[in-house]
Ligand binder design. Structure first.
Ligand code: IMP
Length: 179
C-alpha cells in the first residue's frame, strides 16, 4: 500500500480511557464475583494495551491467555473471512471466559471467535470491546461491554495500529490524511 502522509487527531484521552476502564471493571467484577476460574482472553494484537490495564483493575482471581485472528492485514479494509493465526494455550472447557477486543467494526472477528469458544465448551462467556463502530456492522453482534461508541473513523493508538504503526500512543486518535 502506498505511503500517504497523515496526522493523528486525539479522539479519546488517556485519562478518559482510564476512567472508563475503572467503571467497566466494577461491572465485570459484579458479573464474575462468584467465579474462581476466570480466563481473560485477549485478541491479539490490538487488545494488548487494553487487557494490561483491564486486568490490573480487576480484583478477581484470573488467568490470562491470548488468541490471534486475521483481520486487516496492513490496510484499512476488514476481511470477511476470519482465520485463527495463534490459538489459546489453555483448554477452556467448563471455564468462565472474558474475551477482550480492541474494536468491533464489521463484527466478524468477535462473532467468529465467540462461536469458536462456545463450541469448545466454555462455561459463561462474555466479551468486552474498548471501541465499537456500530454503523459498520455486517453481522448481528454486540459485545457485553463497550468502552466507547465511535463514528466510522479509522483510529489508532492504545494498542491499535495503522499498518503496524502507532500502537504505542497512550490515547485513541483518528487518522487524517494530509495529501
Ligand atoms: P471486525 O471483524 O470487522 O469487527 O474487525 C475487528 C478488527 O479490525 C479489530 O480487532 C481491529 O484489529 C481492526 N480494526 C477495525 N477498525 C479499526 C480501526 O479504526 N483502526 C485499526 N484497526 C481497526
Amino acid at each position: 500500500m502506498p505511503e500517504r502522509p497523515y496526522v493523528i487527531d486525539e479522539m479519546i484521552s488517556a485519562k478518559a480511557i482510564a476512567a472508563r476502564i475503572e467503571a467497566l471493571c466494577r461491572e465485570i467484577a459484579d458479573e464474575f464475583e462468584d467465579t474462581d476460574k476466570l480466563v481473560v482472553v485477549g485478541l491479539l494484537r490490538g487488545s494488548f494495551v487494553f487487557i494490561a490495564d483491564l486486568v490490573r483493575e480487576l480484583d478477581l482471581p484470573i488467568e490470562v491467555d491470548f488468541i490471534e485472528a486475521s483481520s486487516y492485514g496492513d490496510g484499512m479494509e476488514s476481511s470477511r473471512e476470519v482465520r485463527i493465526l495463534k490459538d489459546l494455550r489453555s483448554g477452556i472447557e467448563g471455564r468462565d471466559v472474558l474475551l477482550v477486543e480492541d474494536i468491533v467494526d464489521t463484527g466478524h472477528t468477535l462473532n467468529h471467535v465467540t462461536q469458536l469458544l462456545r463450541t469448545r465448551g466454555s462455561a459463561r462467556l462474555r466479551s468486552i470491546a474498548l471501541l465499537d463502530k456500530p454503523s459498520r456492522r455486517e453481522v448481528d453482534f454486540r459485545a457485553d461491554w463497550t468502552g466507547f461508541e465511535i463514528p466510522d473513523e479509522f483510529v489508532v493508538g492504545y494498542g491499535i495500529d495503522f499498518a503496524q504503526r502507532n500502537r504505542n500512543l497512550p490515547f485513541i486518535g483518528k487518522v487524517r490524511f494530509t495529501d
